[in-house]
Ligand binder design. Structure first.
Ligand SMILES: [Zn+2]
Length: 245
């Protein structure tokens, strides 16, 4: 690490479980984030600030005025522009030491597999089951850790899926969940996506530092109406079509 990097990341290097070794892991890491919306915004900002060496941000949507209530990586002037490019501008401005690659088209299966194979860790910040299932399957194929988040109304959840023995997304949710709810229909509180996206970034930083304690297979549920977190242990489904025998 350079003297500038040691100074920039000094408050994080002091933390137990990180240190210079952990910070170097972060600087060497390549992280793929799928979705630059409500969850992707805080996740990407925190990961860039924390010193991830290479962030690959994927989103094929464009910024709309109804996004700006919660998608804090984008600015009013970005309305109409690709979310991936708008996010890259914000991340470049935050930390020029973080390399950012913007993917502003819808990746096909082959491209997704390639991006995941290049990544050390993937964040699922998408908003639909089709993407979640495809990402889960590809991450299991490539044996890449996946940090999944979701938020709607006043409810949010986070869970990380690690290769090797732990459950996968499809152990938790059976395929065929097409009748999904959306923030467009149901609404979502602005700071709630900040809480959940930040928790995804927190788990990502810990996992990249090799600190998996208390993370694998644990579903964290946040209820912003009751102001309560609940933690549930998710068992692996032996009959799961993705990770089962
Ligand atoms: Zn599974």
């Amino acid at each position: 690490m350079t003297p500038e990097q040691l100074r920039r990341y000094s408050r994080q290097i002091r933390v137990k479980g990180i240190g210079e070794t952990g910070q170097q892991n972060l600087l060497d890491a390549r992280v793929l984030i799928i979705g630059m919306g409500g969850l992707g915004s805080p996740s990407a900002l925190y990961l860039a600030a924390a010193g991830i060496g290479h962030l690959v941000v994927s989103d094929f949507d464009r910024v709309e005025d109804s996004n700006l209530q919660r998608q804090i990586i984008h600015r009013h002037v970005d309305i109409g522009d690709h979310k991936a490019l708008s996010a890259k501008r914000a991340l470049d401005a935050l930390n020029p030491g973080c390399r950012v690659t913007a993917l502003d088209w819808q990746m096909d299966e082959e491209e997704l597999q390639r991006e995941i194979s290049l990544a050390d860790l993937v964040l699922d910040c998408s908003d639909n089951f089709a993407t979640r299932f495809a990402l889960n399957r590809a991450c299991m194929d490539q044996r890449t850790a996946l940090v999944s988040g979701a938020a709607i109304r006043r409810e949010g959840q986070v869970i990380s899926f690690l290769p090797g023995g732990a459950p996968c997304y499809q152990c938790l949710y059976p395929a065929g969940l097409e009748n999904e709810e959306s923030c467009a229909m149901e609404g979502v509180m602005a700071p709630l996506v900040g809480v959940i996206g930040s928790m995804q970034a927190l788990q990502a930083v810990r996992l990249l530092c090799g600190d998996t304690d208390g993370i694998a297979g644990k579903l964290l549920l946040f209820d912003a109406a009751a102001m309560e977190w609940r933690a549930l242990k998710v068992p692996r489904d032996p009959a799961c079509p993705v990770c089962g025998e």
